[in-house]
Design a protein around this ligand. Structure first.
Ligand SMILES: [Zn+2]
Length: 159
């Protein structure tokens, strides 16, 4: 884009709605994600890995998930990878989940679904169980009433 066009483009950014800005931000993050594959970030991260939760440098390797090295913090015991806490982590997961829900609607086998999303079969299995029991509005309403009843009884016994 020419410099002059870019200046007028930037001038227009200010008049975007909040939703339009969010859309633009997502496009920018997406293009950045494509330029810097997760594996590159993964390599750069190894050697200076620090816990995103407590900033401890006392971490050790903890298996590989979806092609990314996973680490475990010796202080707070949390696990993380190079993308944890970055916009890319959310984006990558969102993309994967969209792919994955697509494989569910196509009734693909676990092996095929895992291959399609580039995840291992164990992850595919876990995700299937997270997706399938998704409660509909009806189920949510029922559990809400149950909780209210319990609270009511607990409080009435107190007095
Ligand atoms: Zn930690």
């Amino acid at each position: 884009m020419r410099k002059k066009d870019f200046s007028s483009f930037l001038a227009q950014v200010g008049s975007l709605s909040a939703q339009q800005k969010a859309q633009l931000a997502e496009i920018l993050v997406l293009s950045e994600a494509k330029q810097a594959p997760a594996q590159l970030i993964d390599e750069e991260f190894s050697g200076k890995a620090t816990c995103p939760a407590c900033a401890s440098e006392s971490v050790h390797k903890w298996g590989v998930v979806s092609g990314l090295q996973r680490y475990r913090c010796k202080e707070c015991k949390r696990t993380f990878n190079a993308l944890t806490g970055t916009p890319m982590a959310r984006l990558r997961k969102k993309e994967l989940w969209e792919d994955y829900s697509q494989t569910l609607s196509e009734s693909l086998s676990l092996t095929k679904a895992a291959a399609r999303c580039g995840i291992d079969r164990t992850t595919a299995f876990r995700w299937r169980h997270r997706f399938l029991p998704l409660p509909g509005p009806q189920a949510v309403r029922c559990s809400g009433i149950t909780e209210m009843d319990e609270t009511y009884f607990r409080e009435s016994f107190k007095g």
